[in-house]
Ligand binder design. Structure first.
Ligand code: AN7
Length: 405
């Protein structure tokens, strides 16, 4: 029903081989389905509760999955924020509502299940934080050890806390994410650890269900656009694949335009898009308040650029100030709490409406990839510490009604 294929030279590989890139040319791998052999009917999905495993017929795992009940995240209709930004119809797909608070759980339920299916006894990743939090939790559920490599001092506290509490071996690398990824790839090539960064094509098979779910939640239709942050560039690729498969199966009639947003200080994919190139020039010193997407050499850039071009999409940058403002707007106008990287989708929407790239009568879905609680230090940095008062009513009223005599 499916095989693993190189996107560059089309070489096909045994689906149960432990490989992460093409053995012939080094190209990225993709899991490809023969959709004509998929018997699933759209009607069979109606009424089934949302979850990654709702779409099991299209997920390349044979064993009973290692699951913490991922997916089925809310799609909020955000009318007040839509009005503020000046657009007709806006939805926020809040992936922060997954078990460990980010979309990575969709990839990890599939990726860690695959590790077990392949007989691997340990797992590893490099991470800007969320991947490590998620992998650590799923490795615990699967009763196998996990090693996670983080850029030392550059990972949000909530994410480090998760990886530590779930019992992974947490290692800070003196370097950035790109250094950590290079190192873990080297390590996994030499040792029997299954690599679960998004270079692993099975992880993206879990994340494609974001696209499936949006179509499902919108009553088997596509929005005009899907906007999301781009870091290592796996998620935009995966979501595009999800919509494309549903279109090819006849479940929906079109694929939305895929819009990738990066932070101004960390934007190799946007630079490539602006230059109309199919690959990136890596950035050696990426910097942004959105540490989750502080990535200068995204491994899936070629796939992501394909997704953007093939869908008629777009890519743009936003500044750290715009990110923080969007994070506040979402929290204060809609009650949706997200981490900075996630707010890039809202900041990007605002910029693209203001600059006329997106029409005001479009239907847009912004994906918020991680939960507010992931990065408490950033919040205190921008909102300040709570006010402290003496424990009496006068002192209390004085801070609540500062203008009263
Ligand atoms: C909240 O955890 O790369 O473009 O190592 O945590 O698929 O990489 C995180 C990425 C967006 C970017 N939003 O997604 C990691 C890591 C949040 C994220 C992204 C990440 P990709």
């Amino acid at each position: 029903m499916y095989h693993v294929k190189c996107i560059k030279c089309n070489t096909e590989f045994e689906r149960n081989e432990v490989i992460y890139t093409c053995k012939k040319c080094g190209g990225l791998l993709v899991v490809e389905y023969d959709l004509s052999k998929i018997k699933l009917k759209r009607e069979e999905l109606d009424g089934v509760p949302l979850s990654v495993w709702k779409y099991r017929a299209l997920i390349p795992v044979e064993i009973d999955p290692i699951s913490l009940k991922e997916g089925g995240t809310p799609l909020y209709k955000c009318d007040r924020l839509a009005e503020l930004i000046g657009i007709k119809e806006l939805y926020v797909k809040h992936e922060g509502m997954n078990p460990t608070g980010s979309f990575k759980d969709r990839g990890m339920t599939v990726g860690v299940s695959k590790a077990i299916e392949l007989g691997m006894k340990a797992v590893a990743c490099a991470s800007t934080g969320n991947t490590s939090a998620s992998l650590s939790a799923y490795a615990s559920k699967a009763k196998i050890p996990a090693v996670v490599l983080l850029p030392a001092g550059k990972v949000a506290l909530g994410k480090v806390a998760q990886a530590l509490m779930h019992g992974a071996k947490v290692i800070g690398i003196k370097g950035n994410f790109d250094d950590a990824l290079r190192l873990v790839r080297e390590f996994c090539a030499e040792e029997e650890f299954y690599l679960l960064n998004s270079i692993n094509p099975f992880r993206l098979e879990g994340q494609k269900t974001i696209g499936y779910e949006i179509a499902d939640q919108l009553g088997w239709s596509s929005p005009d656009r899907v906007i999301l942050p781009v870091g290592n560039a796996g998620n935009i690729t995966a979501i595009f694949k999800g919509f494309t498969e549903f279109k090819d199966l006849g479940f929906i009639d079109r694929v939305p335009k895929m819009i990738g947003i990066q932070a101004e200080g960390s934007s190799p994919v946007v630079e490539a898009f602006r230059a109309k190139k199919n690959d990136i020039v890596p950035e050696s010193n990426p910097e942004t308040i959105a540490t989750a997407i502080r990535i200068g050499n995204p491994v899936n850039a070629v796939k992501a650029l394909n997704a953007i071009y093939d869908s008629g999409g777009f890519a743009d940058t936003v500044t750290d100030d715009e990110i923080v403002q969007a994070q506040k707007d979402l929290a204060r106008i809609e009650g949706i709490g997200v981490e900075p990287a996630s707010a890039t989708s809202i900041a990007g929407l605002k910029k693209l409406v203001d600059t006329g790239v997106i029409d005001r009568d479009e239907r847009v879905v912004c994906i918020t990839t991680g939960h507010l609680l992931k990065d408490p230090e950033e919040v205190v940095g921008i909102c300040g510490e709570p006010i402290e008062v003496e424990a009496n009513i006068e002192a209390l009223k004085k801070v609540i009604f500062p203008d009263l005599p």
